[in-house]
Design a protein around this ligand. Sequence first.
Ligand code: NAD
Length: 428
Amino acid sequence: MSSQHAIPSYLHPTETGPWGVYLEQIDRVTPYLGNLSRWVETLKRPKRILVVDVPIERDDGTIAHFEGYRVQHNTSRGPGKGGVRFHQDVTLSEVMALSAWMTIKNSAVNVPYGGAKGGIRVDPKTLSRGELMRMTRRYTSEIGIIIGPDKDIPAPDVNTNEQTMAWMMDTYSMNEGRTSTGVVTGKPISLGGSLGRREATGRGVFVVGCEAAKKRGMNIEGAKVAVQGFGNVGGIAGRLFAEAGAKVVAVQDHGGTIFHSNGLDVPKLLDHVARHGSVAGFEGIEATMAPEDFWKVDCDIMIPAALEQQITVRNADQIRAKIILEGANGPTTPEADDILRDKGVLVVPDVIANAGGVTVSYFEWVQDFSSYFWTEEEINQRLTRIMTEAFSSVWQVSEEKNTSLRTAAFVIACTRVLQAREVRGLYP
Ligand code: NAD
């Protein structure tokens, strides 16, 4: 390898985690990029990585330190944009991959953002509310040097929510000496949040799911759906499918896996999860299942909506679904993608399937700038239009180039990012 392409140590090429998965996805798309492929290296390294120490005083007077990250993968098309995750397994590699997928996603649905992501390596369930607030505020203050409404705009992700965003917005505003609502999205409505944002990702999963089902000649009414992860994304998607007449036959979360062949009562299950924090202990079930058996469930649509690298060579062959809707980011490894393709399973990739969240985040940001707020009906209509159009473009490219939907989405997204890079030119 020539010296000008020497790989920084933190981007080690033998990386097998999410960043390795992302790099392989880029390698797969490169042959389709024509002359733009000379810029592809720019997608293989994040623009900016910030690692921060987040110390807090715990309620018992002891001091705890947490490791926090904010990665801006690419800003060729606009400011960085992507969520913040609080999870005990967060690593720099994971945040890098998630930031890169944001670049691809934002470009695939054509919202004017680059890609970024953040996280803290912490199990938030072990913190009191006060500790959580202090940790969120200190983290925000530490990354405050690189975020901002026109620089990089965080949003919720796993284990973060409207309250987290309110604390982040307040901390940033205090440091700036002015109220800055546009610095984060996914805020409470009272702070400039958008109607429809809370449901947007799950709704987007549902919208593209309906489009994919049409292509496969599948009726949503009566279709059997299995959902992994019953939080913001999986819970809402599951509810919308159930409302459309589908049967949600299996749900798995961190606490357990439950099954009912006639379909679980989704509103009751959501209520149970809201009260107990997990699907475990829900009464209206036929059976509980071992975690690995979830992937063998007899279903038409499977929605991985928890964490990355869940569908792998270990279970891809067992999957019986005809359509997989990637609610989570990076749930399928490239090897598993190949197995699913050979089996004829239609995988609607994360960068399209879960782009509803960032699409309504974009609406929120636009509304904050103009201080003029739209109705929920307008928001859902615009969301449905963008998601349907994005799915249709990806479908068309996949037919033209005879590729998977993932490669097609990457072709569209990488082309837009690299065209922007090329026309901007390199500084200086
Ligand atoms: P959440 O915290 O609301 O829910 C996460 C769910 O995953 C919970 O039900 C949890 O129990 C489950 N889970 C955690 N570990 C698990 C495990 N080992 N096995 C099975 N289930 C497990 O998070 P969310 O916002 O719904 O995000 C879920 C996924 O969707 C993530 O990959 C996230 O990056 C992605 N995503 C979220 C948004 C958004 O707007 N929230 C947007 C795009 C993508």
